[in-house]
Ligand binder design. Structure first.
Ligand code: FAD
Length: 496
């Protein structure tokens, strides 16, 4: 791993990091992208199914839908920024630059309908939009720009001094060195690894949020963790069954075979995600299981990629067993409308950032869009700062064997407490207990970090820090809103 300098360092190569890198390159900056992924499918962007929302002819209605889904908590200015720039960003990058072939019908784009959207406005490729966007994006940035992409390279720690960020310490193949940068853009994605069941790729440990918080940057809205209501519930894993399937007319049935969503919300299966997720949880607990019944839609014809994935994984059709799973973090590093964090020369974009667009709850198919729009804005803003070298943080010698075993055991404990106490439903007592467990766990992890360095240990440290941030924010918010839902009774078992 060589010590280097660059104008812009982007950490993460999902849609947000790639958009930031593309725009900074267009502005003439030297750009290095570091991604700990070895393959494209190690970013949530690759996994996106339903698609990317666009404004079409009615930005006001799109803005209203975003605000309504957020229970009125979304930031007005952030929402306006998103809906105003959505169509240009999609047209410029996805359509004209990357040539993504979104599905069409005889009249043009085949806009999809999803829950809590007032009209069909989702551009998609089958129900596998993510990979049709991510792979061309990676290829384009690698082949058609001057951006240098470092794969299998993790940022472990930000280089900072007195409120300013100078780059990050990067690790590859067990060696590490600083990359100094005039501007550092975090685009590290979500936090699925904090929960036992998540739709995210396995190493979504919230590293960018943890590194930023450790460096002293503000974070916000951390309690708003979105659980997707319809993840396939199998013994050997979980994966998302897109909202678009309900948009097509698939219905949810409980263990007694009854369709129950009309009893919970006037929009039934297309109610906001948090409402559907809690209903699915309640019905599973009451009747043993919940299935997504696709018998009345043309599942194979409309969602061929998803149908194939179901077949490959032995998923029973047409009644797919489903349960809620962690899906998306609405909060993150607190940033402004250009992705600027509270530390000088630090930006954050995509899922690791809190722009205010989602407030307490995210409208379906708006996060690819948020990553794209804020990535472009941050890339433009971050270009133009000169890099400067300072004394980097000193990381200690590596002892690979112990931390890996250690990490496995601690992750198990961490996920259990997050699942039991910081999940879909929370109690004040449970959140108190969770914080106590997580504080102890973080103390144990910190003791190792003082003497050893390995990627898995740093990922565990990120997970411990971010878990604590989520639990603490949840404990400090006594109002049930959006994804943060408090129940009176301490019905959840004690953890630890
Ligand atoms: C199954 C699934 C379906 C979804 N469907 C949709 C949808 O249809 N529409 C929609 O709008 N949204 C959807 N979402 C949400 C959306 O995909 C994500 O929120 C979005 O892609 C996040 O993009 P990102 O660039 O912020 O992060 P990601 O795409 O997750 O990329 C994160 C990158 O950061 C890297 N990284 C992380 N930590 C480090 C580190 N320490 N050092 C170096 N690199 C690091 C990772 O390797 C990766 O390259 C879906 C999510 C999932 C999981």
């Amino acid at each position: 791993m060589k010590r280097q300098t660059t104008d812009v360092l982007v950490v993460g190569a999902g849609i947000a990091g790639l958009a930031a890198a593309l725009e900074a390159d267009r502005q003439g900056a030297d750009v290095v992208v570091a991604t700990k992924a070895e393959r494209p499918d190690e970013a949530s962007t690759w996994w996106a199914q339903g698609g990317i929302a666009v404004t079409r002819d009615d930005p006001e209605q799109f803005a209203r839908d975003i605000r309504d889904a957020s229970a009125g908590t979304a930031d007005e200015h952030a929402v306006e920024t998103l809906v105003t720039e959505a169509d240009d960003a999609v047209q410029d990058v996805l359509v004209e630059t990357l040539d993504v072939e979104f599905d069409t019908n005889g009249e043009g784009f085949d806009y999809g309908q999803e829950a809590a959207h007032d009209e069909p406005r989702i551009l998609h490729v089958d129900a596998a939009t993510g990979k049709h966007v991510h792979v061309p994006f990676l290829n384009y940035v690698a082949d058609e720009t001057d951006v240098e992409i470092l794969e299998d390279t993790a940022a472990l720690e930000l280089v900072r001094h007195e409120g300013r960020v100078y780059g990050a310490v990067l690790e590859s193949d067990g060696e590490w060195a600083p990359t100094f940068a005039g501007s550092t853009i975090l685009a590290t994605g979500g936090i699925g690894a904090l929960y036992p069941r998540s739709t995210n790729p396995a190493d979504a440990t919230g590293d960018g949020i943890a590194m930023a918080a450790l460096a002293g940057a503000d974070v916000a809205d951390m309690e708003y963790v979105q659980f997707h209501p319809t993840a396939y519930h199998g013994d050997d894993g979980t994966f998302l069954i897109s909202e678009a399937v309900r948009g097509e007319g698939a219905v949810l049935r409980n263990g007694a075979g009854e369709r129950f969503m009309p009893d919970y919300h006037e929009d039934a299966e297309l109610a906001p995600r948090d409402v559907v997720a809690r209903a699915v949880k309640t019905e599973r607990e009451g009747t043993g299981e919940v299935v997504l019944d696709v018998s009345d839609i043309d599942f194979e014809g409309t969602f061929p990629d998803l149908a194939e994935k179901c077949r490959d994984n032995g998923v029973p059709l047409p009644e797919i067993p489903v349960a809620p799973a962690e899906h998306f973090l609405c909060g993150g590093v607190d940033v402004d409308d250009r992705g600027r964090a509270s530390l000088d020369r630090l930006w954050a974009v995509g899922e690791c950032a809190r722009t205010g667009v989602h407030g307490a709850n995210r409208l379906a198919s708006t996060s690819l869009l948020e990553g794209l729009v804020w990535g472009l804005r941050a890339g433009e803003d971050a270009a133009g700062n000169d890099s400067e070298e300072i004394e980097p943080p000193e990381l200690l010698d590596r002892d690979p064997a112990l931390p890996d075993n250690f990490a496995r055991e601690k992750f198990h404990r961490l996920r259990r407490v997050m699942d039991e106490q910081v999940g879909i439903e929370r109690t004040p007592d449970g959140l108190g207990r969770a914080q106590a467990v997580l504080r102890r766990l973080k103390g144990e992890v910190d003791a190792y970090v003082r003497t050893r360095t390995s990627r898995s240990l740093y990922e565990l440290r990120s997970a411990a820090i971010v878990s604590l941030l989520v639990a603490r924010a949840a404990a400090e918010n006594d109002e049930s809103v959006g994804c943060h839902y408090l129940v009176d009774e301490a019905e959840t078992p004690a953890a630890d």
